[in-house]
Design a protein around this ligand. Structure first.
Ligand code: IMP
Length: 432
């Protein structure tokens, strides 16, 4: 058996949570491999809506094992709230959830530092979710981090205090009023108390050596789906640096974040929205600041599921998509939010970029100040619900086939709404 991977090919918010939920019946284990509570994976079914930040999106199926891998960073307070919400709706969590001993902890002082660094950047701010992502991964790489496994040692709070003291020394060197800072609406001291209280909940989850667990599962013939967070264009190495997150959101993150060998990777499902969005700062070549962008935001409810911020909207960007396909070795594209474009008379697609009178179709070192070269296609102007692929309007199938031709990858699943049931499987492969 191989590990199949599902990851975002744009700037995050492609609808990964819903698709993991749809694919979960085909798998035994769902494993998150990177990121932290900056993610917000939305799942809707039977009139219920959940936003998961740390828990893998397979949690709603009894009997499926959900693993938080070593590459994920965990805020005990946020995870404990998430667990409570899911349990309140009658789902089993502790029996179906495992967490890697090697996953790093987001400390309250990491969140404090995130707020300080972001505020110090002024107009160059990244637009971070302020969940402590950058400072926690910095400590991981700097070999100063604390991990889930450390919670079981008697000197945990000694180490905690030493790490926190280091952070507070850094904080003191900034012109920043720590007393005034609010973390999720709380003072630092209040938040820290909640965080410490949440440790008891985190200890109720089974802590495992997830690399052994997953590789044993593979040997036993079990099917594993690796669930990515954020998107390829936010990757720390390949994204629009420095306006990126602090982990490898691309395929490499699966190997380092779960302990899976490259030769054990099977299908790579790349999730692509029918248009593009970006939340936070940073270059966005196809961004729209007109009525079309506003329509996408309204129809697609494009507001951050973690922060509530309005998302920036724009046309589908093929050079960026091809770049993400190349980096990840995508075998199948899953197209989401196609229904958001239902009422558009015409739709544009960016096929090339232009800078200084030169046209090109690759991702340059710097994507600021590049102009998109757009083609225009007909919109389908009809509802896509309750139709099979064969029953779809011609303008829609043309749009899908154009994306396949331009990206070089077949589209095998199309999502036409927020609910679990709004999904179309496409067998036809126009690329063969
Ligand atoms: P951070 O990872 O919270 O530090 O945020 C860094 C950048 O990535 C910011 O522009 C965020 O808006 C963006 N970002 C982080 N997580 C997500 C996500 O799950 N979806 C979309 N954008 C994200």
């Amino acid at each position: 058996m191989k590990v199949d991977v599902l990851l975002g090919l744009q700037w995050g918010d492609e609808g990964k949570g819903k698709i993991v939920d749809v694919l979960t019946p085909d798998y035994d284990v769902i494993a998150r491999f990177q990121g932290g509570p900056n993610a917000g994976h939305t799942i809707e079914f039977e009139g219920k809506k959940f936003i998961l930040h740390t828990i893998p999106s397979g949690i709603f199926y009894p009997g499926k094992v959900n693993v938080i891998g070593n590459g994920v960073i965990v805020d005990p307070y946020i995870l404990s709230l998430e667990i409570e919400k899911v349990r309140k709706q009658g789902f089993t969590v502790f029996d179906n959830l495992r967490i890697s001993r090697k996953a790093h902890l987001i400390l309250p002082s990491h969140r404090l530092l995130d707020a300080i660094y972001e505020s110090a950047k002024g107009k160059d701010k990244i637009g971070s979710t302020l969940k402590g992502i950058g400072p926690t991964y910095t400590d991981k790489m700097g070999r100063n981090g604390l991990r889930i496994g450390d919670l079981h040692y008697a000197d945990f709070y000694e180490k905690y205090e030493a790490t926190k003291a280091g952070h507070l020394r850094i904080a003191a060197s900034y012109d920043f009023d720590i007393a005034a800072v609010k973390i999720d609406g709380m003072s630092f001291a209040e938040y820290e108390q909640q965080w410490k209280d949440a440790i008891a909940v985190i200890k109720k989850i089974e802590h495992i050596d997830s690399e052994y667990f997953l590789n044993t599962m593979l040997q036993e013939g079990k099917k594993i789906l690796a669930e990515g967070a954020q998107g390829s264009l936010l990757d720390i190495d390949f994204g629009s640096y420095p306006f990126v997150t602090s982990s490898n959101t691309t395929i490499a993150g699966v190997c380092s974040g779960l302990g899976i060998a490259p030769s054990n990777i099977g299908k790579v499902f790349g999730i692509v929205k029918a248009y593009c969005t970006r939340v936070g700062s940073g270059p966005f070549p196809t961004e729209l600041s007109d009525d079309d962008g506003e329509r996408m935001r309204r129809q697609g409810n494009e507001f951050g599921s973690t922060t509530g911020r309005p998302r920036r909207c724009g046309w589908l960007d093929i050079p960026a998509l091809r770049y993400a396909v190349m980096l990840n070795g995508v075998t199948d594209i899953i197209l989401t939010k196609a229904d958001v474009l239902n009422n558009f008379e015409t739709i544009k697609i960016c096929t090339h970029y232009r800078k200084d009178d030169t046209s090109f179709d690759y991702m340059p070192f710097d994507i600021t100040d590049i102009q998109p070269e757009l083609i225009e296609v007909n919109g389908w102007q009809s509802d896509l619900n309750n139709r099979t692929w064969e029953q779809m309007p011609a303008a829609f199938t043309d749009y899908v086939r154009t994306i396949e031709q331009m990206s070089g990858v077949k589209i095998s699943i199309i999502s036409t709404g927020v609910d679990r049931e709004q999904i179309v499987r496409k067998i036809e492969n126009t690329l063969q």
